[in-house]
Design a protein around this ligand. Sequence first.
Ligand code: PGA
Length: 323
Amino acid sequence: MAMLSTSLSAAGSKSAATLYSPPNFSGLRRSSCPKLDNPSSNSLHLFDSRLRLPSLSARRPCRAVVAMAGTGKFFVGGNWKCNGTKESITKLVSDLNDAKLESDVDVVVAPPFVYIDQVKSSLTDRIEISAQNSWVSKGGAFTGEISVEQLKDIGAKWVILGHSERRHVIGEDDQFIGKKAAYALNEGLGVIACIGELLEDREAGKTFDVCFTQLKAYADAVPSWDNIVIAYEPVWAIGTGKVASPQQAQEVHAALRDWLKKNVSDEVASKTRIIYGGSVNGGNCAELAKEEDIDGFLVGGASLKGPEFATIVNAVTSKKVAA
Ligand code: PGA
């Protein structure tokens, strides 16, 4: 697995964002377990109840526990993009229906529009449906577009917006994407709000600048953060096989959470899921999932294989206890 090692703080712009260094949070963070190793300690109450401690009764030595920095449930989305046929999607749905999925994960798949109905009527209700795009306002004379109202009518619960392929191939800009997100949220769809830097941005030390600017465009437009999942997807990692290292992803996720804390609220920073996307697969998901601020994944290529997608969903188990 290739990994890009370019430093976030590579030489380049000397903006505030470039000089930004993620804070050390207290609270829900990686914790060693001295209390369990030292039975005389009575300080177990110091752990937040959301930390998932190994069973005390098992009396296994506890080496480390990894908690989620956010309070939201692990979230895994499969972005099928412009792939599939009636036949291949029938097989994929059947594999997903047969898969054993951990219960404490929100699981969503995003088929191409034309197959949403087929998937909705054949896929287990355990998995929700997302669209890959939606129109910016009420439907009408907009040739080739699909409205939020139509998506809801057909049973979709989510929509992916701001994906890099729509930003950089189709040419959607931050403000247009923000408006789309606001419209979808106002109408009751959940939004998987994608952001992420190009390779040239990263190499110029502009990763935080770009991600914060894209995030701000959502923040300026949306009515509330109740139904938003942020997907951090470095563009250089999408479909390239060059996954971000767990440390690279964690660094940006922590910075995004801190941005939300400073610019929106503590509550939103804590409850908003920040998921990672870009060449996630069955082999690298467990290590990525262990990072505190990685609350799930948005998966492209590997979501087209049912068993591998299930492995990625079940990576939540490596988040619970890393020992
Ligand atoms: P990938 O795509 O997993 O194929 O890199 C991710 C995405 O575009 O959401």
